[in-house]
Design a protein around this ligand. Sequence first.
Ligand code: ADP
Ligand code: ZN
Length: 216
Amino acid sequence: MRLIFIGPPGIGKGTYATAVSERYGIPHISTGDIFREEVKRGSELGRKVKKYLEAGELVPDEIVIEVVRERLKKEDCRKGFILDGYPRTLRQAEELDKMTSIDLVLNFHAPDEVIIERLGGRRICVKCGAIYHVKFMPPKKPGICDKCGGKIIQRKDDTPEVIKHRLEVYRRVFTPIINYYKEKGILLDVYAGEPANIVIPRILKLLEEHGFKPEK
Ligand code: ADP
Ligand code: ZN
């Protein structure tokens, strides 16, 4: 089962990808995660992409396409995969079509207000990185991390103004990609404006309805 997940920041894609990955025994491949990992390791690839990540700009197609091509050749992709964060340009989409065939593209969506509430309420521990939410997952003592006693803060890019800008950038980049798969007839819109314990069963049901049998 070869899937692509598309969705704005804060939609919960990582959580859904983990659930589908476990149920179907296929890897979750996030190009953003791959690049961040390479930057951390200080590899040659990491050194090449660092400046783009830091500026929030797209990594050049030639680099991304090769990374994905090599990743999809690995043994663990034989039964399928979930691609997350790729493709981001039409050229990347066309190159992907030459490498493999995609079964379904899940397009996660929710009203902007829901995303702003989720990301805007997110808090993070400066010391250990634990994530909280003022409404959905508050710490026991306000402002203090349950795990390590560190101070809990809001990330600069989680303020409403910056979130709105991130949503605009998301739409600009992904609208042509969404249209590309819509025209191919393999795009499925999935409503993700509810908690994960509702969205995940919805996704799994959808996949079964499309004839994909889970491993477990
Ligand atoms: P975000 O942090 O916006 O959710 P990702 O984690 O998917 O985005 O990606 C982080 C960064 O990695 C992007 O800002 C970009 O620099 C780079 N990147 C990831 N995937 C791609 C891609 N398909 N094409 C170009 N650049 C990419
Ligand atoms: Zn902490």
